[in-house]
Design a protein around this ligand. Structure first.
Ligand code: TPP
Length: 284
């Protein structure tokens, strides 16, 4: 890992966050809180770690990334636009519009780049587990990485998939939990506490690592420390608990709170003021 790589990824994350603000401002509301918390990890995945070719998104040997927290599709939409898979104009005119391809939640039938249609929380890990099993049957060594929210893993179906993956030794399956400590309406610990999360995952026969999901160096290091996949030899699946801040970079006192969940920036002036303020903070 080089300092140049980490710096380039940090800069890309700033750009993608700005693109997310612009995109979502066009429709007046979106799930910005969870998008802002996962943005750094998504950038590290798509600009460094994943075997993903935007020119050939159906390559049978590609790594699969399943965004189980589908309400944050706008993060990937902007990454795919940046990679030339769609134009900004297409995204802006079709985001959350009737008959538009870019739904508030992603539909993989309409959009290359997505592995699954998600948005009904709790399903992505089971879908990813099916892909991991298919890779084992096909004797393929690509990785399957699923990202969930932390509120999302209050869903019982997640624990069924965790139990099955541990039991079958699906070492080609990796789970990233975006642990921003907040759900839609309050703190996860008050809604239904996950702790002791790492111990629970280990009890389900997973290996667990933790990282700071806003520290690009830590993210890159953690991802590259994952062992190579050998789909034919059962081993423990790996969960990465990514400690993040809901609404990272959102102003108005909502960063780090559930109020950022459905965030919006009301006008162009407010958007410019926001960018100026974030830029100034970054230069300090
Ligand atoms: C099955 C289901 N129930 C409820 C919702 C509505 N909903 C959308 S996002 C959300 C909160 C999810 O919290 P978390 O997983 O922590 O998401 P993040 O903070 O990462 O955005 C809820 C309840 C849904 N999409 N699917």
């Amino acid at each position: 890992m080089t300092t140049e790589l980490v710096q380039a990824l940090k800069e890309k994350a700033v750009q993608i966050r700005k693109d997310m603000y612009v995109t979502t401002q066009k429709i007046g509301y979106a799930h910005l809180g969870g998008g802002m918390s996962m943005a750094d990890v998504a950038v590290a995945l798509y600009y460094d770690y994943l075997n993903f070719d935007p020119q050939n998104p159906k390559d049978p040997d590609r790594d699969r990334f399943v965004l189980s927290k589908g309400h944050c599709a706008h993060v990937l939409y902007n990454i795919f636009v940046d990679k030339g898979m769609y134009t900004k104009e297409e995204l802006w005119s079709e985001y959350n519009q009737i008959n538009g391809r870019f739904g508030m939640h992603p539909n993989y039938h309409y959009l290359k780049g997505f592995e699954a249609s998600t948005g009904s929380l709790g399903h992505g890990l089971s879908i990813a587990l099916g892909m991991a099993y298919a890779a084992r049957l096909d004797k393929k060594n690509y990785q399957i990485i699923c990202m969930t929210g932390d509120g999302e893993i209050q869903e019982g179906s997640i624990w069924e998939a965790l139990m099955a993956a541990g039991h079958w030794g699906m070492g080609n399956l990796r789970l990233i939990i975006d642990y921003n400590k907040n759900g839609a309406t309050g703190a996860v610990k008050d809604e239904m506490d996950l702790e002791p999360l790492a111990d629970k995952l280990r009890a389900f026969k997973w290996d667990v690592v933790e990282m700071d999901g806003h520290d690009m160096e830590d993210i890159v290091k953690t991802l590259h420390a994952l062992p190579p996949v050998d789909s034919q030899t059962p081993s423990k699946p790996i969960a990465i608990i990514s400690h993040t801040i809901k609404g990272k970079t959102m102003l108005g006192g909502i960063e780090g709170t559930a109020f950022s969940h459905i965030g919006m920036i009301p006008s162009d002036e407010a958007l410019q003021a926001h960018f100026a303020s974030v830029d100034a903070a970054e230069q300090k």
